[in-house]
Write a protein that binds this ligand. Structure first.
Ligand code: DGT
Ligand code: CA
Ligand code: CA
Ligand code: ZN
Length: 596
């Protein structure tokens, strides 16, 4: 799940791919599942809109999608559901589908385990591994058995944590449905999701109403709610589609601001808030702020606050934005009224690190230009992969030169038409094992923007990796260090690198650091931005787009940037085009090189 928009190509393609997987799990004819995989692929390269091609009653079919699958897509477009898919899902034990999440287990292996040992749950699978029953099966062996066990452990660690984007995609439609309920006075999302944590445990909804029971009833029956874990008069816990757990609390409207502050957390932040109340002869809890020196919820003692702001005021604090509520310096700043004026996502003028069909992106330059102009962007960096990234169709020098020419031509067309939008042509150049870059300096000198990233040799020691990256940081042609640690949240640990040392080197060389807002990355981590900012290192918030829809990641990235205390002036791609180009050239001038 990666997209912030309603029924789109990727979602339909996902369903088709899921159907193929389910058919494989059932051991159906492989040609049948192949047809769904091919159809999904055909969809992904479709240029026309889905609405047009799959309108009810359409006669003309696209290549690679036969009659039966065509009709299924028509049904999905018309109803948002597919009966065939729902039935198929119901006919396969849930445990078998869950096993797909274990690294190294595909549908064929799962079916084999099911057939040989009757395994239908992950628990049974784990037990069978421990008893050595998997290793003796043909096609498995000791190594596979050990890998499966490790995969189960891995999955267990991560299954209760979710990416910010997945939580948001699950939560937003539910919040909208709560908002329009006639008995809901105020409602919102609290918890780590409101604080814009890159990974969250569960979703916390809060609502105020005079009729809580009705709201709870409504909530537990909403589409998107898969099962109800617990249900009371004023609270409920459910599991949403996709497996994320969600809590709802319903309070009176008078209690709402206190409950919102409490359930937004973090726990660490709340503890300091409570201590501040006590120091002032008050008590703060989820029900209110009370004039009392013992725990109470007596309304006669209430210090009336209609909003969270008023709670902060009563504790002699400026209003602390939710993203900063981590007890990481926000109290000292709020006391002195020195909280940062955090960046807003509308401050961004474009993303500087993105891919096109020239390497592994899915959109052509013209498609990108049309799309991001529609979003109101002033510019968009095109930084396709370099040579070493052959699996991502990295560009050989000659191809890069061709691309530079094409980008210049497109920009000239824009100028002639009077269009203000511009591409900023460049590269995401690989930092090789020794810190050398994938292109020569004279080729890099022809580019307007250079992002340098590590994509290989993740096992290097911290010392080697740090030296390697700093060597790139010191290259006068490099503007930006891309995704500093290479982490993939909930999937791959960061490689070892001394981030403080890299930040110091960036400060010394005027090199900027990326906040990559691919939801799996959010790299560099928000916890380090305060340090970088104090050193005067600028941030670039880029979405590393491989598809047009990925532009939506910028919004999430700004949430994470806010967590890192970043202001508009700390972020380079809030600058208008001319000022940005001046900065890009200044980097090179600084190193005593000629302006081009
Ligand atoms: P998560 O769900 O693990 O990503 O993190 P949160 O922060 O959303 O935590 P969660 O869902 O357990 O609780 C939501 C908020 O409720 C939490 O941020 C602070 C508040 N809260 C929950 N339990 C406690 C507690 O025992 N003490 C305090 N002070 N606050 C709590
Ligand atoms: Ca939570
Ligand atoms: Ca919770
Ligand atoms: Zn990239």
């Amino acid at each position: 799940m990666f997209y912030l928009y309603t029924v789109n190509k990727e979602q339909v393609a996902q369903v088709l791919n899921d159907i193929a997987t389910l058919l494989d799990l059932k051991g159906e004819n492989p040609f049948k599942s192949r047809a769904y995989v091919n159809a999904a692929r055909a969809l992904e390269s479709l240029n026309e809109s889905l609405e047009k091609v799959f309108a009810p009653g359409t006669e003309e079919h696209i290549k690679g999608i036969g009659e039966s699958i065509h009709q299924k897509i028509v049904e999905m477009m018309a109803t948002g559901r597919l009966a065939y898919y729902d039935d198929l899902k119901a006919s396969v034990p849930e445990g078998l589908v869950a096993m797909l999440a274990i690294p190294g287990l595909g549908s064929k292996k799962i079916k084999a385990l099911h057939d040989a040992l009757g395994i239908t749950t992950i628990e049974q699978l784990e037990k069978a591994c421990q008893e050595g029953k998997i290793a003796v099966l043909t096609g498995f062996g000791e190594k596979t058995q050990a890998n499966i066990l490790q995969g189960i452990e891995f999955r267990r660690q991560y299954s209760s944590r979710h990416l910010l984007i997945d939580a948001l995609v699950a939560a937003e439609p539910i919040l909208e449905r709560l908002r329009v309920h006639p008995d809901v006075i105020r409602c919102g999302i609290a918890g780590s999701l409101r604080r814009s944590k890159e990974v969250v445990g569960d979703v916390d909804f809060l609502a105020s109403s005079k009729h809580p029971a009705g709201i709870i009833e409504h909530f537990t029956k909403l589409p998107g709610v898969a099962s109800v874990i617990a249900k009371g008069e004023t609270k409920a816990s459910v599991t949403l589609d996709g497996g994320i757990q969600a809590d709802l609390r319903v309070v009176s409207d008078a209690e709402y601001p206190y409950a919102l502050a409490y359930f937004t957390g973090s726990k660490e932040h709340n503890i300091v808030m409570r201590q501040r109340a006590i120091q002032r002869g008050l008590r703060l809890n989820e029900y209110g702020l009370f004039r009392s020196d013992v725990e109470t919820r007596d309304p006669k003692l209430l210090v009336v606050c209609r909003t969270e702001d008023e709670i902060f005021q009563n504790l002699d604090l400026a209003c602390i934005p939710p993203e900063l509520r981590e007890d990481k310096g926000e109290f000292a700043a709020a006391e002195k009224n020195e909280l940062p004026r955090l960046i807003e996502w509308t401050d961004l003028k474009g993303s500087l690190h993105n891919h096109s069909t020239w390497s592994d992106g899915h959109a052509t330059l013209h498609e990108i230009a049309a799309y991001v102009q529609g979003l109101g962007c002033a510019y968009w960096g095109i930084t396709d992969h370099s040579l070493s990234q052959f699996q991502a169709s990295g560009l050989a020098p000659a191809r890069l030169r061709e691309q530079i020419i094409e980008i210049r031509q497109i920009n000239e067309e824009f100028a002639v038409e009077g269009t203000l939008f511009r591409f900023i042509g460049g590269t995401e150049v690989d930092i090789r094992l020794d810190g050398k870059l994938d292109y020569d300096d004279d080729l890099l000198a022809q580019l307007d923007i250079v992002v340098a990233s590590v994509h290989s040799g993740f096992q290097q020691s911290e010392e080697e990796m740090t030296r390697r990256i700093i060597r790139a940081v010191e290259n006068p042609y490099v503007h930006i260090v891309g995704h500093l640690t290479g982490r993939l949240l909930l999937e791959r640990e960061p490689y070892k690198v001394n981030q403080h040392a890299v930040i110091d080197a960036c400060a010394a060389n005027g090199t900027w650091i990326e906040l990559n807002c691919n939801p799996y990355r959010f790299d560099m981590d928000w916890r380090l931005w305060h340090y970088a900012k104090d050193k005067g290192v600028k941030c670039v918030i880029s979405c590393d787009a491989h598809r047009n829809e990925n532009a939506g990641f910028l919004r999430l990235g700004v949430g994470v940037a806010r967590k890192g205390w970043l202001e508009k002036r700390d972020v380079i791609n809030t600058l208008p085009y001319d000022a940005l180009m001046t900065e890009l050239k200044r980097k090179r001038a600084r190193a005593g090189l000629l302006l081009n």
